[in-house]
Write a protein that binds this ligand. Structure first.
Ligand code: AQP
Length: 345
């Protein structure tokens, strides 16, 4: 017996969705529908680990759902839902809080980056974030998780939590006949690949493009119009040198490397192929070509997102339907977990 090949991934409704979210995650969700069971979640409970104004949270939740659908995720073939509608996420996260070790959590670089010098004053939820993420995935016994490179460490922690649960409760799992080859939870495989696993800020090639960056100029938002996209790319920080002929020449040129990577990802080419076309040329030629390409890929999607967002009732119905289908799987797993742990029902 093997685990069902099941993909789970989530996006936080914590601000403007951007090109990094699209290229590093959402776009890669679409083809997996042909090969796996697919579950895509708007992780609103993760979003509130930092302050979210309630109306903005509702808007952003619908925006992520609209982006999923506009990118080509079919709500009938995939499950699309928002995390807070399936209460078992919180329940399993608590169990995992009791499995994960403080030392594991304290090593998480994303917490250190987000908390900065203010670590005494951030929410406890922000510290426990990776434990909730492990619960999101393992509630569905997710075998594969497509994410950007920034989530690699959290995925490793998910694997550690699964392994420790399997090990701590090995006797109960075997006694109750609940495992697959002795494992109750699968050891999830991250899917981190392609030229766009880490898209960087347009203002600073050493910083990740991020929803929470205070500068709107740092990111291309999925709802930006053609003018805004062209302007942001025109103003993107670059060094003065022309584009190199070979990929080696992008070393120590983070902004150039980032823009070439974006072009490669948007055109389904490799960086050497992009440099074969643009190497030796200046930014005056490359930036307009990149802007045209970005508009041609993003404009149809943002148009559809806008149409969907004009009809919030339909989006909410998709989320409710997805939550009902997700709850069936979630409750099955949670019933088994309660019984393995020794909770009486
Ligand atoms: N810059 C990026 N390049 C490639 N992939 C990225 N992802 C995020 N930023 C980039 C991927 O998008 C998915 C959803 O991310 P998230 O919403 O869980 O939050 P995050 O990783 O913390 O991304 P943000 O946009 O920077 O949000 P904030 O600012 O709220 O923290 C993940 O698969 C992520 O890897």
């Amino acid at each position: 017996m093997t685990f069902t090949q099941r993909v789970f991934s989530g996006i936080q409704p914590s601000g403007d969705l951007h090109l990094g979210n699209y290229l590093g995650a959402i776009r890669r969700f679409v083809p997996l529908q042909d090969t796996h069971e697919t579950i895509y979640c708007v992780v609103d409970m993760h979003a509130i680990t930092v302050w979210q104004e309630p109306n903005a949270l509702r808007r952003a939740t619908r925006e992520v759902a609209a982006a999923f659908i506009a990118a080509g995720i079919d709500p009938k073939r995939s499950i699309i839902f928002n995390q807070s509608q399936v209460v078992q996420h919180a329940e399993l996260a608590w169990v995992f809080n009791c499995i994960a070790r403080m030392g594991w959590m304290a090593r998480m670089t994303q917490f250190k980056d987000k908390a900065g010098k203010n670590s005494e004053n951030v929410s406890l939820g922000l510290f426990a974030y990776p434990s909730l993420m492990a619960a999101d995935i393992l509630l569905y016994k997710g075998t594969h998780v497509p994410v950007g490179d920034d989530q690699k460490q959290h995925l490793e922690l998910t694997r550690d939590i699964a392994a420790k649960f399997n090990n701590d409760y090995a006797a109960a799992i075997a006694e109750q006949g609940l495992g697959v080859d002795g494992e109750f939870f699968p050891i999830t495989e991250p899917l981190i690949a392609g030229p766009a696993t880490r898209i960087m800020s347009l203002r600073d090639g050493t910083k990740k493009m991020s929803k929470s960056d205070p500068s709107e100029q740092s990111r291309i938002s999925l709802l930006d119009d053609a003018d805004a996209i062209a302007k942001k790319i025109r103003k993107a920080t670059t060094d003065p040198a022309e584009l190199p002929l070979m990929v080696d020449g992008l070393k120590d040129r983070p902004e150039a490397d980032n823009l070439v990577g974006i072009y490669a990802a948007l055109s389904d080419k490799t960086k050497p192929e992009v440099l074969a076309e643009f190497g030796g040329q200046g930014w005056g030629r490359f930036k307009p070509a990149l802007a045209d390409l970005a508009v041609s890929v993003l404009a149809p999607m943002s148009e559809q997102m806008r149409r969907l967002l004009d009809d919030p009732e339909t989006i909410d119905a998709v989320l409710r339907d997805g939550a009902a289908r997700a709850s069936v799987i979630a409750e099955q797993t949670m019933a088994e977990v309660r019984s393995i742990i020794g909770f009486i029902r």
